[in-house]
Ligand binder design. Structure first.
Ligand code: ADP
Ligand code: GLC
Length: 482
């Protein structure tokens, strides 16, 4: 199949979260299965500054796109997806993408991503490459199905092209004033945009995609059900219920080429389920790096996260201090985001300088060290479409403590000391008390080191590889292409 994957992030080129990992993993596996897969994303400033071998693509240079009030020119630079020969086409339009951050609050944010959708289709036209499926991801790419049906419908190249939209996070919908529809060349397509939004003078990329994509997916079975409820739907549940039969949950995969402690180039002490000696060394190395005293008996709790309200860290306020006071434990935090969360973690660090270490910012290598060196991984998410970190931590022998929601509910099983089954610790109520009760459960389990070893090994034996998960996407594409 000719498969066109479009997203605002793809690792290792541009990443702020799990979306980038998913595009990389899915791209690799689809290519490995013999499909003609091409990935598209903007050529951001940070990619230009990176050490990538970007090659201008013949036949796709200086393409002009006429918009109602102006014209924009772009070219394609191509690079191979590392660890694969899949082609990544980068949309080079300095006017839109040469900025410090991937996402901005600038006045042309709608144009930046609306243009991404158009540039993909314009490139297909130039190359005379007719995709069987265009697979869009999140709001940034969600206008593409509507463009296909309207502005580009005249071109027979796309006569058989089907569209899939994957919702990685319904918390980000791309909502803008409806005056922007003109800017995007969709002024005549108002009838195809969600009417309720238009009444409020707005339109949303994500809703438009949900209305027009042939199939919808999200990144876990549980989240597929949750987003159809008022509690999790963020105002889109009613619309999603109307498309229920076209909405599928496919749990994300893990790329064990990047995330396996037995051959992870980013950690100095490799280890495996059979030989955990390296894990003990990683614990020591991690604590040294975070300037914390090492004691093999004190469990290390790890956090690697975007610090946003989605991730549930406000539950720490009335739980974690009790344990930091009472227990010999360590807490290693890597993350950045909302100021209030950053300040809170800084306060924990200042109050318990021998127990808490933080790194504010984004740090790929440290993320791998925490997965490897911690004893427990914390993800108390308010909601979690899938979550990758809990799956990484399972493979790194770091049982996750998670809230039972979305993909966390689908990938972590509660530890049961009686049967010695299970891979981690779960709680349901979004409350500090529920989290505290679960921390108690962790400390009880930790005291039984034989049981703990079994818990680690259960987790390390789990297989979430893309080879398996990719098959579900291939099945979906086939059902569309026939
Ligand atoms: P989300 O996409 O909601 O952020 P996921 O668990 O799906 O959550 O994916 C998060 C990804 O981003 C993981 O690969 C994780 O290691 C990475 N990550 C998050 N924050 C940081 C950070 N501060 N430094 C390095 N990597 C990070
Ligand atoms: C989103 C979600 C996360 C998911 C990731 C990749 O950022 O928050 O749960 O794992 O996308 O699908």
């Amino acid at each position: 199949m000719r498969l066109c994957l479009v997203a605002s992030e793809t690792a290792p080129f541009a990443k702020t979260g799990g979306l980038a990992d998913v595009l990389q993993g899915l791209g690799r596996v689809l290519h490995k299965q013999g499909h003609d897969v091409r990935l598209f994303l903007p050529l951001y400033q940070r990619i230009e500054n990176g050490k990538f071998d970007l090659v201008p693509m013949a036949g796709a240079q200086d393409i002009d796109v006429r918009l109602p009030h102006r014209s924009l020119r772009f070219s394609i630079k191509t690079v191979e997806l590392p660890g694969s020969e899949a082609k990544v086409h980068l949309i080079d339009c300095p006017e839109l993408y040469r900025r410090k951050e991937l996402y901005t609050d600038d006045g042309d944010e709608a144009l930046r991503f609306g243009f991404l959708c158009r540039a993909v289709l314009e490139t297909c036209q130039r190359l005379q490459w007719a995709p069987d499926v265009v697979h869009c991801n999140d709001w940034h790419t969600a206008l593409l199905p509507l463009y296909l049906k309207t502005v580009y419908a005249w071109d027979r190249l796309f006569a058989r092209t089907k569209s899939v939209l994957t919702i990685h996070n319904i918390g980000y919908q791309g909502s803008f004033p409806d005056s922007q529809l003109d800017t995007l060349g969709l002024g005549e397509q108002r009838a195809h945009v969600h009417h309720g939004d238009l009444r409020d003078g707005r339109f949303s990329f994500l809703k438009t995609g949900v209305l027009h994509a042939h199939k919808l997916t999200t990144v876990s079975k549980t989240y597929a059900k949750e987003i159809q409820t008022a509690e999790f739907g963020m105002g889109m549940d009613e619309l999603l219920r109307t498309r229920s039969s076209d909405l599928l949950g496919i749990v994300n995969g893990v790329d064990y080429a990047d995330w396996d402690p037995a051959n992870d180039p980013l950690i100095p002490h490799p280890f495996s389920a059979k030989d955990l000696a390296g894990k003990a060394k990683m614990k020591q190395a991690l604590l040294e790096r975070m300037h914390l005293p090492y004691d093999p008996r004190a469990p290390v709790f790890g956090v690697v996260s975007r610090l946003t309200s989605q991730k549930g860290f406000e539950l720490f306020a009335d739980s974690i201090p009790i344990f930091l006071q009472r227990e010999d434990m360590r807490l290693c935090v890597l993350g950045s985001g909302e100021d209030s969360h950053e300040k809170y973690f800084q306060w924990l660090r200042d109050t318990w300088p021998k127990k808490v270490g933080i790194y504010r910012g984004y740090h790929d290598e440290l993320a791998h060290w925490i997965e490897a060196g911690a004893d427990v991984f914390l993800m108390p998410s308010r909601y979690e479409p899938c979550g990758l970190n809990q799956m990484y931590s399972l493979r790194y022998g770091t049982p996750p403590l998670v809230r039972k929601t979305g993909g966390l509910a689908d990938t972590v099983q509660a530890w049961d000391p009686a049967t010695r089954q299970g891979t981690g610790f779960l709680f349901e109520d979004f409350s500090s008390q529920a989290l505290a009760g679960t921390l108690d459960w962790v400390f009880r389990t930790w005291r039984d080191q034989a049981g703990w070893k079994r818990l680690i090994q259960n987790g390390m034996a789990m297989d979430f590889s893309w080879d398996k998960q990719g098959q579900e996407y291939i099945g979906l594409y086939r059902s569309l292409v026939g």
